[in-house]
Design a protein around this ligand. Sequence first.
Ligand code: ADP
Ligand code: MG
Length: 389
Amino acid sequence: MIINEMTKINIKKKKILIRLDLNVPMKKNKITSDARIIYSLPTIKLALKNHCKIIILSHLGRPVEGKYQKKYSLFPIVKYLRKKLNNTTIHFSNTIDNTIQIKHGEILILENVRFNKGEKTNSKKLSQKYASLCDIFVMDAFGTSHRMEASTYGVGFFSKIACAGPLFMSEIKSLTQAIKKPKKPVVTILGGAKISTKFNILKTLSKISDTVIVGGGIANTFLAIKNSVGNSIFEKKFIKSAKKLKEKYNIFIPEDSKIKNENNECIIKNSCSILKNEEIMDIGEKSIIKIKKIIKNAKTIIWNGPMGVFELKKFRSGTEKIAYAIANNKNAFSIAGGGDTLAVIEMFNIKNKISYISTGGGAFLEFIEKKDLPAIKMLKKNVLSNNNI
Ligand code: ADP
Ligand code: MG
């Protein structure tokens, strides 16, 4: 692939802008899983070793664009990094308009890119502003490389040099290797709450999989084809596509669910009889037994998204049992990815039992689907338009 790589170009003493994916799960302003930060550390250390002036960009959560919200501030991450890299000066700025002057070997972290107007729409003005901050732009946020946003995509068109960071490179190399010739049966497990991002990828995933097991909001959207799902999360606009997929492919939809009723009680019910005031929070026991069997026979496992609201103990068992089933299948090549999926992997301490763990969720799925990503296109274009480098 013809793209610049951070490890192969001269970055010594350069002013570099690194887009990382520091979008870690948080609870009450506390980091609940530091996996994505840990994965990004080698990139930061490489820049420090080269005495660069380092500016870091990242998003966190999904704030309303153009508006500061404390809940989505990167400050807890700045504090974490200050502790981790205690010999390094780390500045923090809540604006990109007048960035602090930094010295070689120092870091400046800019506040959540999603507070900036034009980030999501890939505004030209904002992309140019980002590019003006640096000599070299480093794209290392694999987790957002499927999005065409100003800090992940646009910036690369205005930077003299744009290159891929080491994490980004290792992700695409490992995933390419993993999906070259997957051993059958291929079983995909798709759960979580980001329904629209994941639904668009379901068709290709269904094509390459012998069975697709759905959980979370994805499963609810399938259940909603015929039944009411009460207060559960689901997306109406994908019901039609769910119906088509169900007719054509082998999709396993949980037949029983753990629900929360209007009195806040937790009961297991048939997934077809969910009442108006009830909410599906996890998969039920019957489904767990069946899913475990399917996973046990798989030779390739692709996993993204928890089966239920695993953050709450009462609704954890579906995700927990499925996670262990994946980890305990020693005959399968297992690939897992996604912010919350990483948190699940940490929670149950199964990191060493998954063959490959990706930091991306949507990006990981999209790469498996298309073997390409907007960020890769941007990096290729940058090489073409600056072929004198
Ligand atoms: P990932 O980050 O691994 O790609 P997502 O971000 O799509 O996964 O989804 C993770 C979130 O989905 C978790 O916070 C979890 O609580 C939530 N979730 C899973 N199942 C349900 C459900 N039935 N109802 C509401 N939220 C759910
Ligand atoms: Mg998530």
